[in-house]
Design a protein around this ligand. Structure first.
Ligand code: FSX
Ligand code: SF4
Ligand code: F3S
Length: 328
């Protein structure tokens, strides 16, 4: 296979090496991404190529109404420096919280990229849409650089080759959409139903799901999506499907309280509010920092990759419903 990653004085692998990531670490990381994508190890060189090739797409990364935990989930990763891989090597032209440029230079980078048109949008946060402010302006509750988030997001999504929503806020609205939602915040999925949207929800999502989505887009186009427009490779199974506590669920062994002997011994957290049964995400298999995830740490899954989780709702594919945790 033709595989030219890292050659030349500006090769991506050499640049990673300068930041302490060896070629071996990088290839190990690419193997993990391939595995998370449901591909065999033979796909690892393709991952490496997609992340380092010269014709990878430009990326515009917007921040709307959110807590920035999604970017933090990338920045706080440990080995092998996923932040460097994602943020340096995907041709990130504009990222409101990380870019060095400010003011007019930042604005120019954004609108030059949008004008050129060959970019992928990555969006964090929901979009306030309520008409408010002295000018009675739609979306006035959220502004960056004098433009409403609604205006900027609409322009960016309209011209993007594809839009990846990173985090449940961007996908479906998130905590700022919680009732009574005074800012009329909406998710990208609801705002732009006819656009090429790939939702990567979670509050925060796993960075591997984002890397895998980008790699899939670069190598094979838009991945297979479920009815909530999430890649099936990352959201095709429930948290419960792969939970190590499932055996205790099947034996009706439910932990009676947080921190109890039973909870520590791995009994099921369903009666403490666990939504793993209704929640589609890869947390038990991929884990955060490949190390831990909520249920392993003794906290029930709160359903953070599902629309409506912020109001205690579950999504059954067609309608929201309130789960009765005593009836299962
Ligand atoms: Fe939302 Fe992300 Fe939760 Fe926070 O950008 S999905 S509140 S982790 O930051 O959007
Ligand atoms: Fe399922 Fe949650 Fe119990 Fe795990 S803790 S077995 S995800 S209900
Ligand atoms: Fe979220 Fe549940 Fe995973 S709360 S992080 S989907 S275990």
């Amino acid at each position: 296979m033709k595989f030219s990653v890292g050659h030349g004085k500006d090769g991506a692998v050499e640049r990673l090496e300068k930041r302490g990531v060896s070629r071996r670490d990088f290839m190990k990381f690419c193997g993990t991404v391939a595995a998370v994508m449901g591909m065999g190890p033979a796909f690892a060189p393709k991952v490496a190529e997609a992340l380092t090739s010269d014709n990878r797409p430009d990326v515009v990364w917007l921040h709307n109404a959110e807590c920035t935990g999604c970017s933090e989930s990338i920045l706080r990763t440990v080995e092998p420096y996923i932040d460097a891989l994602i943020l340096d090597y995907i041709s990130l032209n504009y990222h409101e919280t990380l870019m060095a440029a400010a003011g007019h230079a930042a604005e120019k980078a954004l609108w030059d990229t949008v004008a050129a048109g060959k970019y992928v949008a990555v969006i964090e946060g929901g979009v306030p849409t309520a008409v408010a402010g002295i000018a009675n302006e739609p979306g006035a509750h959220g502004k960056v650089g004098g433009h409403t988030m609604l205006e900027t997001t609409t322009k960016v999504v309209n011209k993007a080759m594809a839009t990846i929503t990173y985090g449940t806020c961007a996908s479906y609205g998130g905590v700022q959409k919680a009732a009574p939602n005074p800012t009329a915040t909406k998710g990208i999925d609801e705002l732009y139903p006819d656009k090429a949207i790939i939702n990567v929800p979670g509050c925060p999502p796993n960075p591997f799901s984002l890397v895998g989505t980008i790699v899939h887009f670069v190598t094979k186009g838009i991945p297979e999506l479920d009815n909530l427009r999430r890649p099936v490779a990352f959201y095709g199974e429930t948290v419960h499907d792969n939970c190590p506590r499932q055996e205790t669920f099947n034996m009706d062994q439910f932990a009676p309280s947080f921190g109890s002997k039973e909870a520590r011994e791995g009994w099921c957290l369903r009666k403490l509010g666990c939504r793993g049964v209704e929640t589609f995400n890869n947390c038990p298999t991929v884990k955060f920092n490949q190390y831990n995830w909520p249920v392993q740490a003794g906290h029930p899954c709160i359903g953070c990759s599902q629309p409506g989780f912020w109001d205690g709702e579950d999504w059954d594919g067609e309608t929201y419903m309130y789960a009765d945790l005593t009836d299962f």
